[in-house]
Design a protein around this ligand. Structure first.
Ligand code: MRU
Length: 344
């Protein structure tokens, strides 16, 4: 069992297949961008930072499969592979960020061979930086958690959503490494159960105390003072909203009502200074995710279903945003945040 979510080996990209956890641990080998695009659509690899790294390695993969030897045509072929990857999931901004970072370097290469080397070098750097960033987020966020502390989280913003360590769960890991007593309440996260399946799996693997609850239990737990902090990840942060897994908004509203601090943890690569809430596409996923639970039909034929994958939480409900450069408190000044220096 690897402790990395995705890695490059030989000349291919490998990833942990997150659709079969926790029943089975299996890996997927992606030899083409088409296979990687399928893996992203099926959520074999998922979570904003991991999608950034996957996008970056995807371009490295494309430099190996593009057949044009003349550089301008090679770049055009690469661009269409980049567009294919980018279209797989619209909400997490990190996917485009990772693709664009590698494309920007590759387009300045002297030729095809150099482009192949540079693409892999940049993708590897992005993967390495991802772990360093998560550890920095962890160190920043750990000081915010009381000791002892019960953290409620939603979806999976852990090692499986990044290369290693995690964002929200990285904060938990760092606080525990500092000696704090932290336990996690993982909301199961309907309909694909990233909280129940993935958050619980990776916390148990690390010996961290975790209790899985139905999403609908969060409010009554907060009412009974059993939650000290709500801590989630982010797929995109605009000047006015936090985009994260559907259900995040209800936790934020509930946390405000019960005066529980609500934090999100995310790298600066998740910030989008170019768009406002209304300009962001919220991914809608297939009906079958709601109509069936495994093999079993759970919605009668004839009933309509609506399956948005994410929601937007106004930043006025967010206590603070934990980043690798410190904690930012809304209202946000994007330009100042994106030029912030590392904390001393
Ligand atoms: O649909 P998913 O599983 O990709 O959704 C993931 C989330 O909502 C995570 O909370 C988010 O990407 C942050 S991961 C550090």
């Amino acid at each position: 069992v690897r402790d990395e979510t995705l890695w490059w080996e030989g000349d291919h990209l490998f990833l942990i297949d997150q659709t079969v956890l926790p029943a089975r641990y299996e890996t997927v080998e992606c030899t083409t961008v088409e296979r990687l695009a399928q893996a992203i659509r099926r959520l074999e690899v998922r979570g904003a930072p991991a999608l950034g790294v996957a996008g970056a390695y995807g371009i490295a993969l494309a430099t190996r499969t593009c057949r044009n030897t003349h550089f301008p045509e090679f770049l055009a072929e690469l661009q269409s592979q980049a567009d294919l990857l980018r279209a797989t999931r619209p909400t997490a901004v990190n996917l485009s960020w990772g693709i664009d970072r590698v494309m920007a370097r590759v387009s300045r290469a002297g030729g095809v061979e150099e482009a192949r080397e540079i693409a892999l070098e940049e993708a590897r750097l992005i993967a390495r930086e991802d772990e360093e960033t998560c550890r920095a987020i962890g160190a920043v966020g750990a000081s915010l958690l009381p000791d002892p502390c019960t953290v409620l989280t939603h979806c999976n913003a852990g090692a499986l959503a990044c290369t290693r360590w995690g964002t929200a769960l990285g904060v938990v890991r760092s606080a525990i490494a500092e000696g704090k007593e932290i336990q996690v309440i993982a909301c199961e996260t309907r309909p694909l159960l990233q909280g129940a399946r993935l958050t619980a799996w990776e916390l148990i693997r690390d010996g961290i105390s975790v209790t899985v609850v139905p999403d609908s239990a969060a409010a009554s737990l907060m009412r009974r003072n059993e939650i000290d902090v709500v801590l989630v990840g982010a797929d995109r942060i605009t000047e006015d909203a936090l985009f994260n897994k559907i259900g995040t908004y209800s936790h934020a509203v509930t946390a405000r009502y019960h005066e529980v601090p609500f934090y999100t943890a995310a790298p600066l690569s998740t910030f989008d200074p170019h768009r406002k809430e209304g300009e962001v596409t919220i991914e809608e996923r297939g009906e079958e995710e709601l109509r069936q639970c495994g093999e079993r039909q759970i919605v009668p034929d004839g009933a309509a279903v609506f399956n948005p994958a994410f929601d937007a939480t106004p930043l006025s409900l967010v206590t603070g945003i934990i980043t690798e450069r410190g904690v930012f408190f809304p209202p946000l000044e994007m330009a100042r945040i994106l030029s912030a220096q590392p904390p001393l």
